[in-house]
Each structure stands twice: as structure tokens, then as C-alpha cells.
Design a protein around this ligand. Sequence first.
Ligand code: ADP
Ligand code: MG
Length: 468
Amino acid sequence: MPTDFASLDLSPALLAVVQELGYTTPTPIQVESIPVLLAGKDLIGQSKTGSGKTAAFSLPILQSLDLSSRSLQALIVCPTRELSEQVAREARKLGRKHDGLVVLTLTGGKPFAPQSDSLARGVHIAVGTPGRLLDHLTRGTIDPSGVATVVLDEADRMLDMGFQADMEKILEALPKKRQTVLFSATFPKTIEAISRTHQKNAVRVTIDDGEQPAEIRQLTLLAERDDKLSALYWALAEYTHESALIFCNLKATIAEVERALASSGASVDSLHGDLDQFERDQVLARFRNQSVRLLIATDVAGRGIDVEDLDLVINYELPTQPEIYVHRVGRTGRAGKEGLAVSLATSRDKPKLREIEELTGRVIERVKRDVRADPGLVSHAKAFARPAPMDTILISGGRKDKVRPGDILGALTGDAGGLQGADIGKIEIQDRLSYVAVSRAVSRAAVTALNKGRIKGRRFRATLTGRR
Ligand code: ADP
Ligand code: MG
């Protein structure tokens, strides 16, 4: 099926954008979904993580927007705040030739009033979590009358998180004449029922890759409780990675593993339930932009983590359910790159491993290495204790202050900043603040330059983030 974007009936502006973004060929889910969605049909779709579903539904939405009217025309519902932010980022990226386009995120954990104010000023696309979207609909701060398309992204995860009632109420609050799009990794009965009740003649698109994305290599290493830390050190040293996500089942274990890794000189941080939204954001930003190499999380705290270039997932403990294993492991090997998942299993975990293999239909390779009897282990294991290449600077201005990535880049390079482009990494702009990654060696100089200089003619505060 040799299809390119040009044969998908996208507008010249959107074709130019996908080309600029380096999307040379559409992914299978995009090839199948875009024509259906451009034709205004309902769709129920499934494809593996990282297969480009966001663009699959965002491109048709962008194409059908009426920018002359500042009314809400598309609603995208996502399970978590981070996923909402990511979808909004991608929609803005794809819509960068749509002058005046407003994409707003509406998620919990943030004050309500600024969101209502933004809604009142007019937006075209809203992306958010079920609870908060429903709040806005109930209070009348969202006017649903112009909503032509609604997308439920990762619908099965929203069910898992207990959002079924909210999802249905949202659908009921929208105009009857609308397009309903549903993406889900699995189709349990509840999803089928939602589709039957709320969609009309939905076209079903399934891109069959098997249960488990093929490009994830799965290994397991036998290690009893007392040997787990040694096994972790060994695995981190053995399997080269830029960044790794380490899953534990309990918060208490996170603390223990974090302490051990940090005292060995590793670049590590953790996501646990005690963090407030700002702290959680900051940890994730630092992990995404390579200011910290290792991130430890539980399943709950780790919800919605989506990090490009994540090349290693470690299960410090096997999860209680095989489905959770699939979720965890699915975070590596995205966008066609090979990923690696290493699970540390005790001898009691053997039945669990078999359950996982049954669910995924794939064999998990057993690594033959006795971490307990290995004398070379300690020196070998030190190899993982490399510092992260970047540092993260927090700047007290964001999108609502009209700060754009180019402005920050400008303030850091050239005569004013004195940094080389190569020293500057990922720049993430949020509503009222921004994170910029800079090479560790020049991070202090960069902070000084930012605090002395101006961005868009204004002064903002810049501070280094993270523990030091
Ligand atoms: P999914 O929602 O299916 O998990 P995403 O929409 O998050 O996947 O896409 C994963 C990554 O692939 C994103 O970084 C996105 O920018 C990129 N991407 C999407 N479509 C294409 C394409 N046609 N070619 C190359 N990269 C793409
Ligand atoms: Mg997605």
C-alpha cells in the first residue's frame, strides 16, 4: 500500500506542515483513518502506541475548522493531563499554518477561572480530561453547540480509570449531529457498548500488530528480593540507554531504590503520589529533556508518561496484573525504534511470567546471569553512574506571556546569551512558565544571561531546577 500524504486529500497547508515536520509517509492508521474522517464519518480505531493516532485525528479536524468563527468546533478527551498536553502540542504543531488557531487544554489540578476566561475569549479545539471537561459543560463555560467532532483518545484507559460515566455524559451533552471518533488499544464490552450507543455507522479501523509491538525486546532476569538492587545495577550497566524508566509496585520501594541509585552517583528522580502538579511537571520535563537519566515510578504516578526516545523500561517488580505489564512495556520502542524491557523476577514470579506470555503471545527471553554469584558485578555496575548531559532552567514566562521557543533560543544565543545552538536542548513552553534544557557545562552561564537579558523585551526570572 504505497501511500503518501499527498494522496490523502489534505489541504496544501497541512501537506506543507507534515513535510516540514519530516513526516515522509503516513503511518498505516493515518492511511486508513484520514479519508474516513475527512468524509465526516464516525470511526472506531485501534493501533499500537506510537503509531501516529494523534495526527490521524488532528489533521482532519484542522482541515475542517472554520477559523473565521471563534467557536469550539472540536473536543478531544484524553485520560490524563500529560496526554492532553501532548495532544494539544501536536495539534498546535500541525496547525501552525492555521493563522489564529486556538487550541486550549482543560484539565484538572488547575484553577477553573483562567480556563473559563480562555473559553470565553474563544477557542477552536479543546483538549482535556473527562472530569474537567464535564465540569465546564455542566457549568456552561463550554458552549457545545458548535462542536462538530469529538474524539475519545485512549478510551479503554479512561474506562480503567473510572471515567465511563463522565465520558457518556460528555457525549450526551454534545449536539446529536456530530462526528464521533473513538480510539482504544482494546475493545472490551463497555467500549463496544459506548460505540453502539453514541456512534452512527462507525467505520472500524484496526491495524493488527499483535498484542505487543514487535520492536520491543523483552527480557527477564531472575533475582530474589535481596538481590534486586544488584540485579538493577547490573541491568542498567549492561543495557546501554540514554534514559530509562523504572517501575515499582509500591511507593515505599521507589524511595528505597531512588536512595540506592542516587548514592551510587546515578542521575535519578522519581514520580510518587506526594508530588503536586507543578513538581510532577518539572520532574517529567527534566526527564524528557535529558536532565535526568533514570525515572522511577509506580503505575498510578506513571500514568500518562510519554517520553520520546525512551529506550529502556525496567520492571523492578513485576506488576500484579499482566495487562499492566503491557502498559508499562509499551512506553519503550515508540515511533519505530527498538525498545527494550527488562523485568526483574523472583522465583515466585514464574507463574506471572507465564500469564504475561499468554496474554501477549510472545516469549520473554530469560537472561542467564546469576547476579548473586557474579564477582565482577560491582565494578561492572558502576558504569551506569553517568551524569545526565543537560540541566533544566525554569523561566517564569510561558505561552500566555507570548513567549515562544525562538524567543528563548534568541535570548540564549547570539551576543546577548553567548551560547552555541548545540548547547540548547528541548524547549517546553507551558501557559505561564517554560523549561529549557541546556548543556550542563554552561547552565549557570545560561541562567545569568537569561536573568540579565530580556525575552520579548520583558524580564523573566530564570532558575536552575532539580536537586544538586
Ligand atoms: P499514538 O497516539 O498512536 O501513541 P502519537 O500520535 O503520539 O502516537 O505519535 C507518536 C510519534 O510519532 C509522535 O512523536 C509523532 O509526532 C510522530 N508521528 C506521527 N505521524 C508520523 C508520521 N507519519 N511520520 C513520522 N512520525 C510521525
Ligand atoms: Mg495517542
